[in-house]
Design a protein around this ligand. Structure first.
Ligand code: FES
Ligand code: FES
Length: 219
C-alpha cells in the first residue's frame, strides 16, 4: 500500500490526514488548510471563555442549554444561570463577582484559581459549576473571620512577607487553609507537598512555606 492509499478510521485527526492524502491536493494546500482550521478552533475556544457576551451567545448557538442552579458559596445559597460547560472559576468571578479567585493558566497547572469544595483545595478552573451543586464552596472572600478579621494564615503570610506581586496569594491562602483543616500540625514536608500545586512566579515559595508553618504554630 502506498502512503497516499493509507486509511485510518478510528481517529478524527488521522481521518483528516486520510482524506487529504486521498485527494490530489498539494502539500502546501494541505498545510494552509490545517492552519486555517486550527485558527478557527482557537478563536472559538477564546470566544467561549467569557460566560457573557459573545461567548454565551455562541454557546447557545451550538445547542448549550442555560440552567438556573443553586450553589452554596461562602455560606450563602446563590442562584445563578450556569451553562453546561461553565467552570466554577468563571461562575464565581464573572457571575458572582468574587474576583479574589484568580485565573492564571486556566488548565490545572498554577493553582491561582484554588477554592475549597467541601474543605478540599480544588482548582476551580477545571471544575464544572454543575458538579458542585449541593456542596460547600469557599473562596478567598469566605476565609476571613465573622468580623472581617484576617484568618491566621493570612496574618502569617503577612508576617513572613510571603506576597510579592500578590497574584498567587489568594490561591496560596486557600490551599494553606485547606491543609490546616485536615492536618493542623503538618511537618514542613507535608506542608510543602500540600502547597506544591500553587505556582508563584515571584518565587516566594519559602516565604509561603514559613507562613504555613507559622500559622500552624499559632493555631
Ligand atoms: S487557573 Fe486554575 S490551575 Fe491555573
Ligand atoms: S507573589 Fe507574585 S506570583 Fe506569587
Amino acid at each position: 500500500m502506498s502512503r497516499n492509499e493509507m486509511t485510518v478510521d478510528t481517529d478524527a485527526g488521522a481521518g483528516i490526514m486520510t482524506e487529504v492524502a486521498r485527494t490530489p491536493a498539494s502539500r502546501r494546500e494541505f498545510i494552509k488548510g490545517a492552519i486555517a482550521s486550527g485558527a478557527a478552533v482557537s478563536s472559538a475556544s477564546y470566544m467561549f471563555r467569557g460566560p457573557g457576551g459573545i461567548g454565551a451567545a455562541q454557546a447557545q448557538a451550538v445547542g448549550a442549554v442555560a440552567r438556573m442552579v443553586t450553589i452554596n458559596v461562602n455560606g450563602q445559597d446563590r442562584q445563578v444561570d450556569v451553562l453546561p460547560q461553565e467552570t466554577l472559576a468563571q461562575t464565581i468571578r464573572y457571575k458572582l463577582g468574587l474576583t479574589g479567585t484568580k485565573i492564571g493558566c486556566d488548565h490545572s497547572e498554577c493553582g491561582n484559581c484554588t477554592v475549597m469544595v467541601d474543605d478540599i483545595a480544588t482548582y476551580s478552573c477545571s471544575t464544572l459549576t454543575h458538579s458542585v451543586r449541593g456542596r460547600k464552596v469557599v473562596t478567598i472572600e469566605g476565609i476571613e473571620g465573622a468580623n472581617g478579621q484576617l484568618h491566621k494564615v493570612q496574618q502569617a503570610f503577612i508576617d513572613e512577607l510571603s506576597p510579592q506581586c500578590g497574584f498567587c496569594t489568594p490561591g496560596q491562602v486557600v490551599s494553606a487553609v485547606a491543609l490546616l483543616k485536615s492536618n493542623p500540625k503538618p511537618t514542613v514536608d507535608e506542608a510543602r507537598l500540600a502547597m506544591s500545586g500553587n505556582i508563584c512566579r515571584c518565587g516566594a515559595y519559602d516565604h509561603y512555606l514559613r507562613g504555613v508553618m507559622r500559622a500552624a504554630r499559632e493555631a
